[in-house]
Design a protein around this ligand. Structure first.
Ligand code: ZN
Length: 233
C-alpha cells in the first residue's frame, strides 16, 4: 500500500476499532460494551455453587482460601481466551472494567459466595513488569468489580517484590517454586482483621493467587477470597 492510503486505512481502523467486539471483531451496537450480545451469551459461565466449589479444590487445603469465584471457564481458542489475551497484551482497559462489572453482577445472583468484604486487592505486578507492559490488567477488573459490588479496590497494601520471568514454559512444580514469597504486604495494618478478596484475570494452577493469600493471612486478614474472570477446569 502507498503510505497515504495506508495511513488513511489506519485512521479508519482506529476510528472503528474501539467499537469492535473483543470476542468476534464484529461491530458493537447500541448498549453493547466490550462484547457483542452473541459472544456474551456464549460465555461458558461457571454459574452453579458446585462448579465454583470445585475451583476451591485447586488450592487443596494448602492455604486458607475461604472461597473462589470465577466468571467463566478458560479453554484454548475460545472467546474467553481472546478476551484474556486482549486484556493482558493489548491493554483493553474498558474491556477489563466491563468484565469486572459483569462478573460482580453475576456473583451477586449466585448463592453461597459472599459479596461483601472490606477491600479488593488486585494481584500486584512487579514494577519492572509494569514498566514493560504499562499497566496491570487485574486493577481494571478490580475497578469494575468495585463498582458493581461497592467494595473499595486497594493497590497500596501489597506489592510484588520479585520479578518472575514468563511462566508459560515452566511445569507445575517449577511454577510453585517460582512464586513462593514473591509478594509482600506493605501495609499489614490495613489488612489485619479485614475481609479481603484477591482479584486476578485467570486462575490456572492457583500458585500465584496462593502466594498472595498466604501473605495476606500472615498479615492477619480474617477471611481471604478470590475472584477471577476466568478459570481452567
Ligand atoms: Zn462478538
Amino acid at each position: 500500500m502507498i503510505p497515504f492510503i495506508q495511513s488513511a486505512f489506519e485512521n479508519l481502523i482506529y476510528l472503528f476499532y474501539p467499537t469492535l467486539c473483543a470476542g468476534c471483531q464484529t461491530m458493537l451496537y447500541g448498549e453493547e460494551k466490550g462484547l457483542c450480545s452473541t459472544c456474551r451469551m456464549q460465555l461458558p459461565h461457571i454459574n452453579t455453587g458446585e462448579e465454583q466449589s470445585v475451583l476451591l479444590n485447586k488450592f487443596g487445603g494448602r492455604t486458607q482460601v475461604d472461597y473462589v469465584y470465577a466468571y467463566a471457564y478458560f479453554t484454548k481458542k475460545s472467546i474467553v481466551q481472546r478476551l484474556i489475551h486482549q486484556l493482558k497484551y493489548r491493554g483493553k482497559r474498558d474491556l477489563g472494567f466491563q468484565l469486572g462489572r459483569w462478573c460482580g453482577q453475576e456473583l451477586m445472583e449466585l448463592k453461597g459466595i459472599p459479596t461483601q468484604a472490606d477491600m479488593l486487592i488486585p494481584v500486584p505486578i512487579h514494577p519492572r513488569r509494569r514498566q514493560q507492559r504499562g499497566y496491570n490488567q487485574s486493577e481494571w477488573i478490580a475497578d469494575g468489580l468495585s463498582q458493581s459490588l461497592g467494595i473499595v479496590s486497594r493497590t497500596d497494601v501489597m506489592e510484588r517484590t520479585q520479578f518472575v520471568a514468563s511462566q508459560t514454559r515452566k511445569n507445575r512444580i517449577e511454577r510453585w517454586k517460582n512464586v513462593a514469597d514473591v509478594f509482600q504486604v506493605t501495609k499489614p495494618i490495613a489488612v489485619r482483621g479485614q475481609h479481603v478478596i484477591v482479584i486476578d484475570d485467570v486462575l490456572t494452577t492457583g500458585a500465584t493467587l496462593e502466594a498472595c493469600v498466604t501473605q495476606l493471612r500472615a498479615a492477619g486478614a480474617t477471611t481471604v477470597g478470590i475472584i477471577t474472570i476466568a478459570a481452567t477446569r
